[in-house]
Design a protein around this ligand. Structure first.
Ligand SMILES: [Zn+2]
Length: 476
């Protein structure tokens, strides 16, 4: 069922793209008609690794021949990394065309203020028709002026706040702020907007100004991966929020850096989802930032597995899942783990990856693999705690066999299924490297192996990411 939905979405996206290209072609052509005879004018693009004349032409909606001729290129296949090319057909736009992934909280208006470029130019360059299309996670092109550093954010307009207030808090002139932010007047600004200006990061005004930065790592969000939101704040605000109507829990160990983790379901439909974050200040004022964030496909494959028929009993599976969900959706406010997770076995020989769409006994691809499987290849069968935490499950279940679950805090859990024996008890506090059990073949298992998974807010995520990448990652 999921596959037919995906197919429809793909067809819709294709239709949408064709429509966009048609509209853009018209737009670019009508702009060309007004172009001045000074054809060498125009923004430049710096050739990156993997670029060809055709990919560059496609990106900017011009023909490869036009780029070749305006830049006097004798051999279109001999592009050098770092080479500057003038991009034709973009009259009035100057600077270096730089590609960037839109971070959360950045709107087209914000980008235009930060880089002091025209809103209409950004719309043309990025082939968009409405500012609401500037969703986080999309690749965006910005004309960066080389002789001027981007402006820095000087403050957010709070609900009920004014530009004058923000200017005073930031130690900036309201008139300069009005000018730098391309505003008609000092009251033509909405709550929640960020204002930009030239500021000296070391000046006392800047260091005394409360700062608030929100970072989403690894945009776009990917099916089956970990969504981490990091906030660096010196505002004494409390944070809350929603991703696709699911509440976000924020945690901190130092009252300055706040983190929220959410597991993105491996079968979540790839499309933009709303994310909103609210800061509530000690004086009761609050401020909400909301934006669509792109969720992209994980590119998972399919696999076919045979198990004894009795293990596919839907009622028994649902009962076991519901039991575990009551445990995996709890959130310990304390973070027990520190740094990278270590491998839970001595010889990590993987024989099945996370996210694979699974068919059991030719019944159809209705399942997916919620963890990674390690085959037996070490001299021993030891299973180790990958990080510190508290044992919250150590019991024999129907599908998962002898199962252990460790609570690592902040809504992050790890699970170990199909064990032959337990070397830890519920309530034990374990350190990384402690032996917690032995690899086995209990429950729905087609041979001795360890199934290892990581669950966040009750949703399994790709555990390899946690073995390769340290969490939490600070706000940038
Ligand atoms: Zn498995």
């Amino acid at each position: 069922m999921i596959f037919s939905v995906n197919k429809h979405v793909k067809i819709l996206i294709k239709l949408f793209l064709v429509l966009f290209l048609l509209v853009t072609a018209f737009f670019v052509r009508s702009q060309n008609a007004e172009a001045s005879p000074m054809m060498q004018d125009g923004p430049t693009y710096i050739v990156q690794q993997g670029d060809t004349l055709n990919t560059i032409a496609l990106r900017f909606g011009v023909s490869a021949e036009e780029i070749q001729s305006i830049n006097n290129l004798s051999d279109p296949n001999a592009l050098n990394i770092g080479q500057r090319l003038v991009i034709p057909g973009l009259p009035g736009i100057s600077g270096v065309l730089t590609s960037t992934t839109l971070p959360f909280g950045t709107t087209l208006t914000k980008l235009s203020r930060q880089y002091q470029s025209n809103l209409a130019d950004l719309a043309v360059l990025n082939k968009i028709t409405s500012p609401s299309e500037s969703m986080a996670g999309l690749r965006f092109i910005i004309p960066v002026k080389e002789d001027q550093d981007p402006f820095q954010p000087v403050g957010l307009i709070a609900t009920g706040g004014t530009l004058l207030e923000t200017a005073i808090r930031a130690g900036a002139s309201p008139w300069i702020l009005t000018q730098h932010n391309q505003l008609q007047s000092s009251w033509a600004v909405m709550p929640g907007e960020t204002l930009f200006s030239m500021i000296d990061p070391d000046s006392p005004e800047t260091t005394n100004t409360p700062s608030l930065q929100i970072t989403l790592i690894d945009l776009p969000i990917i099916q089956g991966e970990t969504l981490q939101i990091a906030i660096n704040s010196t505002t004494n605000a409390a944070f809350s929020g929603f991703f696709d109507n699911q509440p976000l829990n924020f945690f901190t160990d130092d009252d300055k850096n706040f983190y929220s983790f959410m597991g993105i379901h491996a079968l979540a439909e790839p499309k933009p989802y709303p994310l909103s974050i609210t800061a509530t200040y000690p004086d009761g004022r609050s401020q909400t930032m909301e934006q669509l964030v792109l969720l992209a496909e994980g590119g998972y494959g399919n696999e076919w597995v045979n198990v004894p028929e009795g293990y596919l009993d839907e009622e028994a599976i649902a009962e076991e899942d519901a039991y575990l969900e009551t445990i995996l959706t709890q959130t310990s406010p304390e973070r027990f783990w520190d740094g990278l997770f270590r491998y839970p076995v001595d010889e990590p020989c993987l024989n099945s990856l996370f996210g694979q769409r699974r068919d059991y006994n030719n019944g159809g691809l209705y399942f997916y693999h919620t963890g990674i499987d390690f085959a037996v290849c070490a001299q021993n069968l030891n299973v180790y705690a990958p990080a510190a935490g508290k044992i919250v499950v150590a019991e024999e279940l129907f599908v998962k066999g002898k199962a252990i679950v460790i609570d690592h805090g902040w809504g992050v859990f790890s699970g170990y299924w199909h064990l032959s024996e337990f070397n830890a008890n519920v309530g034990d506090f374990v350190e990384p490297g402690d032996i917690i059990g032995q690899i086995g073949n209990t429950g729905r298992s087609a041979g001795p192996h360890l199934h290892f998974e990581i669950d966040i807010t009750g949703t399994p995520v790709n555990p390899l990411t946690w073995l390769e990448q340290e969490f939490p990652q600070p706000a940038q």
